[in-house]
Write a new protein. Structure first.
Length: 73
């Protein structure tokens, strides 16, 4: 194997990829609303902050669940 080749897992071993989710997009929307709200309306800041906190908490919960499902080896 040359140094330019990526390290491949043994045959039969699965590579874990996270499932598709809309949470990163919603988190970005929440942060954007919060930042825009700082200069315009306080209501946008509140909605954006709530959306960001809820999405980040859900994202962490989903990630922890996925990690717990992985095999130990």
């Amino acid at each position: 194997m040359s140094p330019l080749d990526p390290e491949l897992p043994p045959i039969g071993e699965e590579i874990h990829l996270p499932g598709p989710t809309i949470l990163p997009l919603l988190t970005a929307v929440g942060v954007t609303l919060a930042l825009i709200g700082i200069t315009t309306y306080i209501e946008l800041t509140v909605v954006g902050a709530i959306l960001t906190v809820v999405c980040v908490a859900r994202w962490i919960k989903d990630t922890r669940r996925e990690i717990d499902e992985l095999p130990l080896d």
